[in-house]
Design a protein around this ligand. Sequence first.
Ligand code: NAD
Length: 422
Amino acid sequence: MNLSFVNQAPDSPWATYLSQVDRVLPYLGSLARWSETLKRPKRALIVDIPIELDNGTVSHFEGYRVQHNLSRGPGKGGVRFHPDVTLEEVMALSAWMTVKCAAVNLPYGGAKGGVRVEPKSLSLKELEKLTRRYTSEIGLIIGPHSDIPAPDVNTNPQIMAWMMDTYSMNVGATATGVVTGKPIELGGSLGRVKATGRGVFVVGRETARRMNVSIDGARVAVQGFGNVGSSAAELFVGSGAKLVAVQDHSGTVHNPNGLDLAGLLAEVAAHGGIGGFKGGDVIGNEDFWDVETDILIPAALESVITRERARRIKTKMVLEGANGPTTPDGDLILGERGIMVVPDVIANAGGVTVSYFEWVQDFSSFFWSEDEINVRLDKIMVDAFKRIWEIGEQHGIPLRTAAFVVACTRVLQAREKRGLYP
Ligand code: NAD
């Protein structure tokens, strides 16, 4: 039955998620009887966040925290500050967290949070007030044993520090494990910042090996040169790949002989974007999708690989660093054209995996070296990918459906074993 409180427009993130679940049902066997569980969030909280602005006026913002599924453990998922945030988007992102955590076999359910705000319009003091009031309002349902937020778009370690402090003040004890992605000084984990990009690289390398594509000499293009895109690019280039095109909010640069990575990073550090970079040809943003590559990494926004772009893309592999970059139509077209799509729920799961390590380290108050973290991360990603690849081969299905089969089976097995309360 449709949910009454959500706009289920056909191309919306929630509708995309529902269509992904529908593709999995034939492979769930008798567990399919529990599948309705996947199609509705367990709990959704809408909060009002009034703050006094620097000019003395009071402004109200709308915030959300959605716990999609808690069958396998506490909720886990980031907090997004963005003017386009809606309940429906947060629901979809929370559901993808359920699938991602289960696909990698982390002992978590899925959750997500967001505030509809343009954070760039706030002063640092206003941003802190917004974060603290939001945390206090969702304090009803978050906690180290119940739901653990983390950074997402426009949130960062400083915001996690304010969230940790606010929660700790409200419960009267320092609770480092209530959020992950914290600064190292407050119980953050080494390796967390680059973990998502590292996971993208490891899963890309594993896929390439099975496709007989060599990373050494491979042509790679990246959309989004922030945390995920730049860290993944660094590892690909370190393994001999050529970075032939990069796009961010400030423009697109192309060089078939390979762009200079250090120069691009310096440009971003100096000017906040790659737009002024001189080591390549500036091309139109839409032309990015026509560049010939072996590996294409969308690592910026949702829904960028549309039906139309999917018909033009010239690559062997789409490696999804961003969440939800491919529309369902785009996905079908890439599949028909024989282009391998490595889905977000496994490709970008490195971040939540190191968040899990951070949470474990906080509970034991014993911290690991960066080498230990990277070795454990690589093993979890390699093992998870192997399982998904095997299921894909066994049923002759795309990797996204295979990842959903692995994940949804784990979630629904937990649901069935726990039984229904009361
Ligand atoms: P970020 O803010 O560090 O970087 C975002 C990048 O996208 C920037 O380079 C920005 O310039 C670029 N961008 C913004 N608008 C653009 C546009 N219109 N066209 C082209 N590029 C544009 O964010 P991030 O942490 O790297 O996250 C990127 C994606 O990866 C998001 O979808 C996020 O949900 C997903 N993700 C992030 C993590 C993580 O640990 N950071 C984990 C899993 C998934």
